[in-house]
Design a protein around this ligand. Sequence first.
Ligand SMILES: Cc1cc2nc3c(=O)[nH]c(=O)nc-3n(C[C@H](O)[C@H](O)[C@H](O)COP(=O)(O)OP(=O)(O)OC[C@H]3O[C@@H](n4cnc5c(N)ncnc54)[C@H](O)[C@@H]3O)c2cc1C
Length: 401
Amino acid sequence: MTDASNFDAIIIGAGPAGLCLAIGLVRYGYRIGLIERQSERAIAEPGFDGREIALTHRSIHILQGLGVWPRIAPHEIAPLKRAAVMTGRSAHHLLFDQRDTKCAALGYLVPNHLIRKAAFEAFAAQTGVSFLPDRQLIGLEVGADAVIVRTAQGETLRGRWLIVADGRFSETRRALGIAADMLDFGKSMLVCRMRHRASHAETAREWFKDQSTLALLPLNGTESSAVITASAAQTQRLQSMDPAGFNRELEGRWEGVLGSMELSSTRHVYPLVATYSRRFADRRCALIGDSAVGMHPVTAHGFNLGLQSGSSLLRELQCASPRLSRYEAIHGRTARPMYLATNAVVRLYTDTRPAAQVLRMAGLHLANRLRPFKKIVLSSLTEFDPSYGADAMHTIPQRMD
Ligand SMILES: Cc1cc2nc3c(=O)[nH]c(=O)nc-3n(C[C@H](O)[C@H](O)[C@H](O)COP(=O)(O)OP(=O)(O)OC[C@H]3O[C@@H](n4cnc5c(N)ncnc54)[C@H](O)[C@@H]3O)c2cc1C
């Protein structure tokens, strides 16, 4: 393709956020050009990346509406019935229990690569899409009526809208001249799967302990996703340990909570940097997913928020006269409190000073007793029909061919 190609929207980035919004827009009758840096094979057949995504009921509702959810095999979906938060050596823990809700589970865990695969399958099954993998952006012009995108492969693409979904270190955001706040936590996160002898009782455990934070997320059977947050040097050491030594190390760190443990996957390390774009919209361009807000994974909001951003934007683009400033305001109202609260939790729970330990314990006691607090957290996980946005992808009409 060397001539100008016209699209209703050009999306940069075929990650889960970009793919899901593309499906929603195509069903609404949009012609989509989806530009991706990686190869088609990498997007269609992504490998295991260690991430197990905790999805809220609202997200599952959106994924169902998009036809993504039915493409995920049921045995890959694990229910999360309880979540326990512990700090230091205190016997007290903060417990969230599905029995305090009207749902069968607080949420569901699904491997990230399978969400990506299912989203690509659902996207590729539609007509009205042009998938452009192996592309490198070399030029962007934002005019009053259109956006022009040029690629190193010699294409000139024209779109009414440009949607930026190329991740938290978004180069497109930078090319648009939009700044982002970045918070480097100075730590990394190692993730992998472990088999263990004892049952996890469908309970997620998060333990803020000494110099590191540990989590075990229940998968199906006697397998969990192990998450260790520590310094880059420590996570590197853990990643390169031989499996037998790694098993002993994890059993020791967890003090035998789930009995003997055995590594059952590859290990993956992610540097922990949260990002918050100063703008979510600019003229004919809108940012969604991690390119808008890249959350610290501890509160498992990232992709859930990314889906919500796509849903809110889709709703706006369905208006007779879309105003991206309205999308920006709506997404900001959702994302800002989550972002600030998550960063505050991370700071408090990774502070090694004695005063912080006392505060943490007091915080857990208080949170456990404050029924309204627990109710808010539980309903944010289990509700799926808020006043704005979440239903947009579900209720959109089928594609108008
Ligand atoms: C360890 C870990 C655990 C997590 N757990 C959870 C959880 O439990 N719950 C939850 O909701 N979220 C979780 N998240 C967050 C979640 O994984 C992300 O929010 C989500 O993957 C972001 O999707 P995205 O599509 O916005 O960006 P990405 O997944 O980063 O995709 C961006 C895409 O854009 C492409 N791209 C990049 N630059 C360019 C370019 N210049 N041109 C073209 N294409 C480009 C990339 O190749 C990629 O395909 C976790 C994250 C981590 C690291």
